[in-house]
Design a protein around this ligand. Structure first.
Ligand code: 5AD
Ligand code: SF4
Length: 439
């Protein structure tokens, strides 16, 4: 989400006549787009700001430093008064205001706007894409979150849910298609809750999928409450909607799920996973898991491991619980699992996931996948890397293939994180439909 937001800010800045630089040393303005989701995300920002402070000193103060995003909203006083680290503090709904705020700083004032909006979606601002590879791009379709999970600061820092008009998303999609992009990820804190004047995410996804049959579509991130059959149908029927779902479980124990205010039980969650697998054979699944939430017992932790064994996720993002101010958990529950225990439980979760992923990836050997080439592999310019429909990274020899090609690849080797393969032929997404993706 922050990558996508930075591209909106980029557009706002270019509109004001400025251009991005390659290194901070050349910059007259530096923005740092921040995340508050966990303590260590914030710690990284403080470290980075100290570096910018020294840079600014070296330049005799001739540089503007601004903090954008969730931490701006959460810690504005600390940034401006106590720490004296920054000149500008801009919350996630105030990026349009940046030119005005910059003028205030140029007039010698500190500038702040952290007001959250019920409407802002930046629907009319075309992002200037700097973070991608010319093949994959994000479209932000909704912002904010109304779920109020008890551990999560997002509803406080990013505000209420709101969605962009369908037409504005379709227009941006068409533009990316015309520019030669091959994959779009529809983004939102809660993307499946998309709703604009009664038009839901299933409809938005369907309409996007019809724009260009050669354009893959992904989406991120989703709450388990938002997966009606109608949406799973669209995933199944539209060949260019990728068979990959990120479906955060957070915990495998009902009491913890209740305390987290996740609104589902483990049984309901597992039934949803079954339904997904039934409707979309071969669908790949990933999740988010929190270890050591308030009051979690050893037995409750084992329930999480048990759900992981049952589902067998292809990928998981795993975290130790980190208490966030203002959240319900902060107000109501005690963060009473000792740090050492949290770390040990997290290590067990990570180990199990590593074992499952290794196993699942080994099963890929001998199968064939359509890989969208994103660029050279990190290790070698003689090799390309790209992802399967199921979101697995595959590396193979370059030969005559290029970034942006769809290539049918046979998998020859597997590690927990990546697959290796041999390219067979260049294909289009449309002619790959008739053939089974797996051998
Ligand atoms: N502590 C640890 N992990 C958290 N997440 C959100 N809030 C917290 C927290 N306070 C995790 C959840 C969420 C992901 C984006 O970050 O797993 O799905
Ligand atoms: Fe946070 Fe829950 Fe909203 Fe996700 S759904 S952003 S975890 S409050």
């Amino acid at each position: 989400m922050n990558f996508a937001d930075s591209e909106i800010v980029n557009s706002v800045m270019v509109e004001r006549g400025m251009a991005p630089t390659d290194t901070p040393d050349d910059a007259s303005v530096i923005f740092i787009n921040t995340c508050s989701i966990r303590e260590n995300a914030e710690q990284k920002v403080w470290n980075r700001l100290n570096y910018f402070r020294s840079l600014k000193k070296k330049r005799q103060g001739d540089m503007v430093v601004g903090v954008l995003g969730c931490m701006a909203e959460r810690l504005r006083e600390r940034f401006l008064e106590k720490e004296k680290l920054v000149d500008m503090v801009v919350g996630p709904d105030a990026y349009r205001d940046i030119p005005k705020l910059l003028s205030e700083v140029e007039d010698g004032r500190k500038a702040v706007n952290v007001i959250l909006s019920q409407e802002e979606t930046y629907a009319d601002i075309t992002p200037i894409r700097t973070t991608g590879n010319g093949v994959t791009a994000f479209i932000s379709v909704m912002r904010g979150c109304d779920n109020m999970c008890s551990f999560c600061v997002v509803p406080y820092t990013r505000g209420r849910e709101r969605s962009r008009p369908v037409e504005s998303v379709l227009d941006e999609f068409k533009l990316l298609s015309d520019q030669g992009y091959k994959e779009v990820t529809l983004l939102g804190q809660n993307v499946n809750s998309y709703n604009h004047e009664g038009r839901n995410f299933a409809e938005l996804m369907y309409r996007c999928s019809r724009i260009n049959p050669e354009m893959r579509i992904r989406f991120s991130t989703s709450h388990p409450k938002d997966f009606p059959d109608e949406f799973l149908h669209v995933m199944r029927e539209q060949h260019n909607v990728c068979n990959y779902i990120h479906i955060p479980v957070q915990s495998g124990n009902n009491e913890i799920l209740e305390r987290m205010r996740r609104t589902y039980t483990r049984e309901e969650y597992l039934a949803l996973i079954d339904r997904m697998r039934e409707m979309i054979p071969g669908v790949s699944l990933s999740t988010d898991i929190i270890a050591g939430f308030c009051g979690e017992t050893e037995e409750q932790h084992r329930d999480t491991l048990d759900v992981m064994r049952r589902v067998r996720y292809d990928l998981a993002y795993m975290f130790a619980y980190s208490e966030r101010e203002r959240t319900l958990a902060h107000r109501k529950f005690e963060d009473d699992v000792p740090e050492k225990v949290k770390k040990r439980r997290l290590a067990e979760i990570i180990q199990l996931q590593q074992d499952v992923a290794t196993d699942l990836n080994r099963q890929e050997i001998g199968r064939r996948h359509i890989v969208l080439v994103e660029g050279n592999s990190k290790r070698s310019d003689e090799q390309l890397s790209g992802r399967t429909d199921t979101n697995k990274m595959v590396i193979f020899d370059k030969e005559t293939y290029q970034r942006g090609d769809y290539v049918e690849v046979e998998i020859t080797d597997a590690s927990p994180a990546t697959l290796k393969g041999t390219a067979l032929r260049k294909v289009t997404l449309s002619d790959s439909i008739a053939e089974p993706v797996t051998a």
